[in-house]
Design a protein around this ligand. Structure first.
Ligand SMILES: [Zn+2]
Length: 446
């Protein structure tokens, strides 16, 4: 960031901070939507922009009024911009995982890697912390979680359950399906379909949907907790087919929607074919809905509640493509996510307004240490090869890094992020910590 643009940011910060101090009369946000592209750093987002348009900053969120960097480390870590931009391998140290990162964004509190919705006490025991779904439900709002991977995975899980171990999938999915008050839950992991959306004769695994008896009860429409607090069970309505998701984008909806697309662990990222091919060279599975279709259905169910809604949308398979350094599939996932952000913006502008809705778009950590070609020991920019062309890029790792990631926000209460700025990175500029996401969301609901 040039000194002049930093000055501009400082002035903006001062103006916004000034308006927050006399903001006692601020109306609460009716709706909060948080969108997380798992593994998205600056270069992932920029690569998707270059591919989609041939230039930088083409995504709708580039024009959001609040654009900051965000630190992502877990409870024991930290972020030092001078150090990280001084020595190339430094970013490989002290990276978070999705469980600690999502817990921070869902509760406003730091925890250790692998922990879901709980934080360590001084004596080492774990204490459950309130998450945004619980707060939304307390306020009488509808709540939902949408992901392109199984819903019991760390990012969605941390927004609704409390578990010492992210790998306790059965406990976590049981909590989500049997005990939670969620109105919408959508994720992959259909027991009877493979990664190419082909139906199987015998179940692959029931791990992503509870267990066999849970699945049977879900299909019969008899399973669910009490979401409206009247002491009666409110069963899930299960949908699986792409056409059912598409139909639910408008019109009448069930009280509670459970969506399990007919595919194994991811919508598209896990399909057969060369995983290192350029984007869309391997045709997309036509029977599988995209993240935008899942999200439209979710919003159409949730917006029935006159008290408002909370929705977390995760592009979860982005991270998996990055772990495997799959440039083409990473772009497919990020482009699906970016189109979904555009659809959410359209929803806000047609069914709600920025005056009553807060939208935050970010990642949970950077994955793959993605840079331009020829980096290390220095950092080179991505090479723009024009629209529909794979930009020049280079992966340096198969896990997460401690790099800052981008955050974009717009709508009711978004400017509160500016007063939570913790430092000024020599390259990325002013940054907040990932706990700021939940802090701002809790404050916006008040
Ligand atoms: Zn992650």
């Amino acid at each position: 960031m040039s000194p002049s643009s930093f000055l501009w940011v400082l002035i903006t910060l001062m103006i916004c901070a000034g308006s927050i101090t006399n903001a006692a009369a601020i109306e609460p946000a009716k709706n909060i939507i948080i969108m997380i592209s798992d593994g998205m750093g600056y270069n992932h987002s920029e690569a998707a922009s270059l591919y989609a348009s041939g230039h930088k900053d083409s995504q709708v969120y580039s024009g959001f009024p609040v654009r900051l960097a965000m630190s992502t480390h877990a409870i024991t870590g930290g972020y030092d911009g001078e150090l990280i931009w001084n020595r190339f391998p430094e970013a490989l140290k002290g990276a978070t995982d999705s469980a600690a990162a999502a817990t921070a964004m869902a509760s406003g509190q730091k925890t250790s890697r692998g922990t879901i919705g709980m934080v360590p006490e001084k004596d080492g025991t774990l204490r459950s912390v309130e998450n945004l779904v619980e707060r939304a439900e307390k306020l009488g709002k509808a709540s939902g979680l949408v992901t392109s991977v199984p819903f019991a995975h760390a990012t969605p899980a941390a927004f609704v359950v409390h578990n010492p171990k992210r790998k306790n999938f059965l406990e976590i999915s049981t909590n989500m399906l049997h005990d939670s008050a969620l109105e919408v839950l959508i994720g992959c992991g259909h027991p009877f379909y493979d990664r190419n959306g082909q139906q199987l004769n015998a179940a692959r695994t029931f791990k992503s949907v509870g267990d066999k008896s849970t699945w049977t009860a879900l299909q019969a429409g008899t399973l669910g907790g009490d979401t409206d607090g009247d002491g009666q069970i409110d069963p899930w309505t299960l949908i699986e087919q792409r056409t059912d998701f598409q139909k639910l984008a408008v019109g009448a909806t069930p009280q509670r929607l459970l969506g399990i697309p007919q595919v194994a662990k991811t919508l598209q990222q896990g399909r057969s074919g060369d995983p290192h091919a350029r984007p869309y060279a391997v045709p997309l599975l036509k029977t599988v809905p995209n993240l935008t279709e899942l999200t439209r259905a979710a919003l159409n169910v949730l917006d029935n509640d006159p008290d408002g809604l909370f929705l977390m949308i995760e592009g979860g398979a982005m991270d998996w493509a990055c772990h495997d350094n799959q440039s083409g599939r990473m772009l497919e996932e990020q482009l699906d996510f970016d189109r979904t952000v555009a659809a959410v913006v359209r929803w806000v502008e047609t069914h709600s307004s920025w005056d009553e809705t807060l939208l935050i778009v970010t990642g949970d950590h950077e994955t793959g240490y993605l840079t331009g070609p020829g980096s290390d020991p220095d950092w080179q920019p991505l090479v723009n090869r024009g629209r529909n062309q794979l930009p020049g890029m280079e992966w340096h790792h198969d896990y997460h890094t401690n790099s800052l990631i981008p955050l974009f926000a717009k709508g009711r209460g978004a400017e509160r992020l500016l007063v939570l700025v913790e430092g000024n990175d020599p390259v990325r500029g002013p940054y907040v910590d990932n706990t700021a996401v939940a802090k701002v969301a809790f404050a916006a609901f008040e």
